[in-house]
Write a protein that binds this ligand. Structure first.
Ligand code: AMP
Length: 285
């Protein structure tokens, strides 16, 4: 496994792979890898003959009061995990590489960024879109693999790729969960033992909502009310949002007719967790 730390070297290497007709599959991450990330890498191995993982905690997607400084980092551990699933290259740039002095170009994906995490984390998707566009230009992938756990992020990236005619395929992978249903996240390491039961209120409430929908409930206000009430019965929880949106526009809807997603962001103690469920898709936890 090769480790590349500069944008220039990565671009040259990717270009040489492309000249040899190799297909590059790319998994962008902020590191502190867990089985969800590794599932993405495995998918990358299937979809390309060279898999590139990037590890970069991107400062432009964090707000001033957020957890940029305390975000977990352990490169040695990540290197072993990535090698274990046969990753070919880790791109591991510094901020001096990604945002050198005088850096001033940002990408704003408009409507789909405005709701949900875009409301509670102003500037977040501007940072995400910008870093992904840069990484795509550096790694030059044929396909990039993202998790559906960050559903709005995936929608924003798909929109950007389409709108800017970027020549790569975006692949979305179902959320990988712990045995008890908790969506895997690098931020789960922040959870205290006594908060774990409350953290499960997210995935349990998705199940509750799916059950209501399966019984014929289509009024989003009814489902949202039940979900919020359920989450509030758990200690240490503070709801950031519970929304049901159209999956293309990411706008709130009143009735579930076309494809719709229930998206949640909940603070459990000091940890902000997100989860989601697209109505009609299987619930396997
Ligand atoms: P992150 O390192 O949190 O920025 O995530 C990097 C990529 O891994 C993103 O595409 C995430 O959506 C994806 N990801 C994170 N957690 C999971 C999970 N539990 N299951 C599937 N994909 C995930």
């Amino acid at each position: 496994m090769k480790i590349v730390e500069t944008a220039g070297e990565m671009q040259e290497y990717s270009e040489s792979l492309r000249r040899k007709g190799r297909r590059i599959a790319f998994v962008p991450t902020m590191g502190y890898l867990h089985p969800g990330h590794l599932r993405l890498l495995e998918e990358g191995k299937k979809r390309g003959d060279c898999s590139v993982l990037s590890i970069y905690v991107n400062p432009t997607q964090f707000g001033p009061q957020e957890d940029l400084d305390k975000y977990p980092r352990d490169f040695d551990r990540d290197e072993k995990c990535a090698a274990g699933v046969g990753c070919d290259i880790i791109f591991y740039p510094s901020s001096a590489q990604m945002y050198p002095e005088h850096y001033q170009t940002y990408i704003t994906v408009e409507e789909v960024s405005n709701n949900l995490c875009g409301l509670s984390r102003p500037g977040h998707f501007r940072g995400v879109a910008t870093v992904c566009a840069k990484l795509f230009n550096i790694v030059k992938p044929h396909a990039a693999i993202f998790g559906k756990k960050d559903f709005q992020q995936l929608t924003v990236i798909r929109r950007m790729v389409k709108d800017l005619n970027m020549d790569l395929e975006i692949v979305g992978i179902p959320t990988v969960r712990e045995a008890d249903g908790l969506a895997m996240s690098s931020r789960n390491t922040y959870l205290k033992d006594y908060e774990r039961e409350s953290a499960l209120s997210l995935c349990k409430s998705l199940k509750l909502a799916a059950g209501l929908y399966d019984k014929g409930e289509q009024h989003t206000a009814v489902i949202i009310e039940r979900v919020e009430t359920f989450i509030r019965t758990h200690s240490h929880t503070a709801i950031d949002y519970v929304s049901i949106c159209d999956t293309t526009t990411m706008k709130d809807i009143g009735e579930i007719e076309g494809e719709a997603v229930l998206a949640l962001a909940v603070r459990v103690g000091a940890t902000r967790l997100i989860d989601n469920h697209v109505f009609g898709e299987p619930i396997d936890w």
